[in-house]
Design a protein around this ligand. Structure first.
Ligand SMILES: Cc1ncc(COP(=O)(O)O)c(C=O)c1O
Length: 371
């Protein structure tokens, strides 16, 4: 840690995350106008790399917003009237609220935070109503649970009329850290934010759009303006964005995509699994339980029950003395759980560094009794 400048707090929160210095530096390039050829060259260069990281042949839209903007975009463009939202945590709950606020009829299929949403439950819920869309969070960051998306999507397509249902996926804390195959799994919109497993600064979000999603958008008149998928798509074909893009972040994206592809996606997924497994092993050895249903633990974030009744603020004050910080629980899980983000630039030695500090915290007088 001696080589780490004092103002650098190492982030073990589930986003924003650690960003590589080369990626941070890439943002400091001279500015161009967004209708200048230099900017079009940049968009043209990043798009195929984005498609490679998304594992899709379809276009990947680029938005100067965080992922929440693309929630609104996905609901607004792709829900004709009635959508089933799968809710098993704070983020999936909020997305359902966003759809309702955009005038869509929302039904909720819920599971306790930490429990996974199961394919048979989704199929049963869809069969019971005339839904034209399904919305699901692949990796529920608030509870550290990964929903079995491939199986769920297969179940949807097997339903009578299942081919008409547009599947909208929040993969905000997944893409590039968790394997997700938009084309092979027949997912229509897969959206993510830059500040999670992508390991970029916040401010960009991306989504793949299937032919079905585009066809649906063409039938929905009230798509709004900033997140209209059809205008975003038309601009992308000219290597542009309809409004001024976050140019500095695009430079960072260009560098980070090269880094991700140089590592290789399968290596990257395996690294996230190693960090997850190390965290789980550590937690279980110390009698902590995980909030996630066994078998559905997230590769990018672990949500750990606050077994010893810690004051998470005090825990983080301790960690700050070592230039580290982790995440409190979120939403209804605040204070009763805490979270370790293990995504992006981190690797097992980084996780060991945090877990070592947590062991020191545990060794303090009273820490096992909730000091
Ligand atoms: C699963 C999930 N969805 C959506 C969001 C919101 O994304 P953003 O903060 O990029 O708008 C988050 C943020 O943590 C998230 O974890």
């Amino acid at each position: 840690m001696a080589d780490r400048p004092a103002e650098h707090l190492k982030l073990y929160i589930p986003g924003p995350v650690e960003v590589h210095p080369d990626v941070l530096d890439a943002q400091a390039r001279w500015m161009y106008g967004h209708r200048m050829p230099e900017c079009a060259d940049l968009v043209e260069r990043v798009e195929p790399k984005l498609q490679a990281v998304f594992q899709t042949e379809r276009p990947v839209l680029i938005s100067a917003s965080s992922g929440t903007g693309l929630w609104e975009g996905a609901s607004r463009n792709c829900v004709r009237s009635r959508v089933l939202h799968c809710v098993n945590g704070a983020f999936s709950e909020r997305w359902a609220e966003v759809s309702a606020l955009n005038g869509k009829q929302v039904e909720v299929l819920s599971a306790e935070p930490g429990r996974a949403i199961k394919a048979d439950a989704v199929a049963a819920a869809l069969a019971g109503g005339s839904f034209d869309a399904l919305a699901i969070v692949h990796n529920e960051t608030s509870a550290g649970v990964l929903n079995p998306l491939a199986e769920i999507a297969r179940g949807v397509r097997a339903l009578p009329g299942g081919d008409e249902i547009v599947i909208l996926v929040d993969a905000v804390s997944g893409v590039s850290g968790v394997d997700i195959l938009p084309d092979a799994w027949d997912l229509d919109v897969v959206l993510t934010s830059s500040q999670k497993a992508f390991a970029l600064p916040p401010g960009l979000s991306f989504c793949s759009v299937s032919e079905r999603a585009v066809a649906r958008a063409k039938t929905v008149p009230d798509r709004g303006y900033y997140f209209d998928f059809l205008t975003l798509l038309a601009s992308l074909e000219k290597h542009q964005t309809p409004a001024t893009p976050a140019i500095s972040l695009l430079w960072a994206l260009d560098v980070q995509l090269d880094r991700i592809l140089a590592e290789g996606l399968s290596n990257r997924f395996a690294r996230h699994m190693r960090m997850r497994d190390r965290t789980i092993e550590w937690a279980r050895d110390r009698d902590f339980t995980l909030r996630a249903e066994p078998g559905y633990e997230s590769p990018t974030v672990s949500c750990i029950d606050n077994t010893y009744g810690w004051d998470i603020g005090a825990l983080n004050r301790f960690l700050r003395t070592r230039n580290m910080i982790l995440g409190n629980g979120y939403g209804t899980l605040k204070n009763i759980t805490w979270r370790i983000g293990h995504m992006g630039e981190l690797d097992v030695p980084d996780i060991d560094e945090l877990l070592g500090a947590l062991d020191d915290y545990l060794a303090q007088d009273g820490a096992r009794a909730g000091a």
